[in-house]
Ligand binder design. Sequence first.
Ligand code: ATP
Ligand code: MG
Ligand code: MG
Ligand code: MG
Length: 468
Amino acid sequence: MSMTSADIRSLFLNFFAERGHEIVPSSSLIPGNDATLLFTNAGMVPFKDVFLGTEKRPYTRATSSQRCVRAGGKHNDLENVGYTARHHTFFEMLGNFSFGDYFKREAIQYAWQFLTDELKIPKEKLWVTVFEEDDEAYDIWAKEMQVPEDRISRIGAKDNFWQMGDTGPCGPCSEIFYDHGESVWGGPPGTPEEDGDRYIEIWNLVFMQYNRDSDGTLNPLPKPSVDTGMGLERIAAVMQDVHSNYETDTFVQLIGKVAELTGCEDLSQQSLRVIADHIRSCAFLITDGVMPSNEGRGYVLRRIIRRAVRHGHKLGVSEPFFHKLVPELVRLMGEAFPELAKAETQIVKALLQEEEQFARTVQRGLSLLEEAMQGLGEGDTLPGDVAFKLYDTYGFPLDLTADITRERGVKVDQAGFDAAMAEQRKRAQQASQFGVDYNAQVTATTETTFLGYQEVQASSKIVELFVA
Ligand code: ATP
Ligand code: MG
Ligand code: MG
Ligand code: MG
């Protein structure tokens, strides 16, 4: 019997607890200590101040399974969902952390030991990368862990040098990949085919060894630190001997429920996977206090819900269905996340309300889009004014329209959309010079909607507006 996701989670936490790490419960998806960050998108986020040295904890080693969302903001995997085997909007990141305690050697030893001794993954299935200048990490992998040199690659700063911000702690990374075998397309890290899904990154080790000051100088930290992250869903796929995260235990059950609710009998439909992905991020965002709205975090949530509703339509379901997935999600994840179970009623209510609201316009919007798409195909562009009408009249966030047209290889004219938006604002401003009350209200509505859209483009900026 292969390991369940729950087994892996506890095995990981216990492995590190036995090695002196404090088990720290997952924090909220809303970062408590960082107003510039849209969502908690990595295990290290709750420990940021500890790494910076401004917060002291009674331990120097920690381990956690942190809930993460990567939708909107700097890390945005929303566009990958439904297209890759390995990306979700919501996932759990298993991590071990050293705050000025152990460093590179131990971090690599622990990771290797956990994967090959504890989980018993065959060594020849694993590939590693190091930062191109990090000879120290290279030697530890090659000489001490005895990874054959043809399975170690040196990678540039884009993927293998991490920094917290423009200044502050930073350092080289080392990533561990699993080879899912020939039947899947893709090449090892560092090759042109690396974006395929054959070699999948499972674990990322970050060695925080410098402090970058404002003129860019890298000063060695007196006490270097370690931050690691391993996606639970990805390691579950490895342990359950399936290729895609969506074939792992939690997802299979969730997708089964989506299929039941939508009456879809073809389990290979991507829409089922997308909906299963989206219910997790939406339910957890609501758990952590986000509500659908036209700006900031709430607009990201609204966009994800509306994408899920649209996939329901694609499967032929026009009645609200998305909220009905919540009890199954609670059954699957409520034990690991008691806060989810506690928020169940609230989540159902918020989702149903949003589904009902969108239900009033979604069908007409889809028909309008279908009409506009007549005659368009691969490489064509949908006019910006159509995308704007869908946005303004039918509540289609721009990325929803783009998600639909992308399925047929059609792009959206973003510049035309922006121009239509600017034109609309100008009209609203001119109108406001006439009547006072009524037009003031129109302007306010337009303004809010506009901020929401801006968020798609530059979420960090919007978060500031949102939080301020
Ligand atoms: P990738 O290159 O595959 O997009 P990444 O380098 O962006 O991954 P990291 O930021 O290093 O990912 O995050 C640490 C780990 O978290 C990854 O090694 C992976 O196992 C997991 N992970 C990252 N993004 C996702 C996601 N969108 N869904 C599921 N797991 C993820
Ligand atoms: Mg990524
Ligand atoms: Mg990567
Ligand atoms: Mg990585």
